[in-house]
Design a protein. Structure first.
Length: 352
């Protein structure tokens, strides 16, 4: 290895270690390392075109590399480039950890598209066939070829209950802990696990309701309450925004980040131009439509900032029956904390 600093060069020295796993600089260093590979792939034809001038060839974060093509042959050409680059740079790619997925496989295609995709041989990397899968995990998000969210939600549910079990083992869900502290523990250690990656998915009403039930049951369990108790007033008293609101905030934060990047902003502009129903841009617009008329004069980024600020104020003040919320909060401060579940149950239990 040789290090260059402006016009100065170090002596050549051997290196036996790669970038540190989990290091802050590691993704950036690896991005520099694979930059030439990305340029090679970009110079080739296989890709997903989003306009006459813009296209997507792949998505790269550190060593998580996703190649994208509208034809199987194009994907194989990208794999060959990657394989050759690895050989030249003395790095190898593991075929057993490499998979491929086909999105919109049942969608009808015109004659031109069918002719371009006549080649249907096996995809090969380093002499081994690449396995086709129906779902895969990328940066913690489970993606399915049918564009469904079932796998990701199920795994996030399992992970959230796993996080809850770890918190429970430490004894910090015991009756001696103040309910407000338990609420904070949920927001810090469990909710991020449950909602991880969900801002990227278009969730239907049933899926949102399932998420609401999961976190409602976890919080009620932390406070020693039955599943038959209501969670809306409980969450307001604990200053925890609803899962619906939190998901909207996460989506607004994602949009704000995407708009600051030139390339991801192009994708957002493309989604807006083709007017896809239930696209990410469409979701943000639906959130804004539920707010007051003031938001109609704001662009999406301005709306997202306002929505986040407004949500923060509402969460602090508590939303709902103020008399009942004050009653619940008074119970939270009861001197005998072992009595708190018994005192809360009559107030929060569903009426028969």
């Amino acid at each position: 290895m040789l290090v260059k600093n402006d016009n100065e060069f170090s002596n050549i020295f051997p290196t036996t270690l790669g970038v540190k796993q989990g290091g802050k600089l590691s993704p950036k260093l690896f991005s520099i390392y694979v930059n030439d590979l990305i340029e090679e792939i970009e110079n080739e034809e296989p890709c997903l075109k989003i306009s006459d001038k813009e296209k997507i060839d792949g998505i790269v974060y550190a060593d998580y590399i996703v190649l994208i093509s509208t034809t199987k042959k194009g994907l194989q050409e990208q794999i060959v480039i990657t394989e050759r680059y690895g050989y030249e740079k003395e790095t190898s790619y593991n075929p057993s950890k490499t998979t491929f997925m086909v999105f919109n496989g049942k969608m009808s295609r015109n004659a031109k598209e069918q002719r371009e995709d006549l080649w249907q041989e096996d995809l090969v990397l380093n002499g081994s066939n690449i396995t086709q899968v129906q779902s895969m995990k990328y940066l913690g998000a489970n993606i399915s070829d049918d564009d469904k969210n079932t796998v990701h939600i199920a795994r996030r549910k399992k992970a959230a209950y796993g996080a809850f079990a770890k918190v429970k083992i430490l004894g910090i869900t015991s009756e001696t802990i103040h309910p407000n502290m338990k609420g904070q523990l949920y927001k810090i250690y469990i909710r991020p696990v449950l909602l991880y990656g969900k801002e990227n998915f278009n969730l239907n009403k049933a899926e949102k309701l399932a998420i609401k039930r999961i976190e409602g049951n976890i919080v009620k369990n932390m406070l020693g309450l039955s599943k038959k108790c209501k969670s809306t007033e409980l969450f307001s008293a604990l200053n925890i925004e609803s899962s619906y609101t939190k998901l909207n905030v996460l989506k607004c934060e994602l949009l704000t980040r995407l708009k600051t990047n030139y390339f991801t902003n192009l994708v957002l502009d493309y989604l807006e131009s083709i007017q896809v129903t239930d696209s990410f841009v469409d979701e943000i617009d639906k959130i804004s439509q539920t707010e007051d008329n003031v938001t109609t004069f704001l662009d999406r980024v301005e709306f997202c900032k306002l929505y986040k600020y407004k949500t923060k104020l509402q969460t602090k003040s508590g939303v709902g029956d103020n008399q009942k919320l004050n009653q619940i909060r008074d119970i939270f401060n009861h001197k005998n904390r072992e009595m708190i579940p018994q005192l809360l149950s009559p107030i929060l239990r569903y009426s028969v």
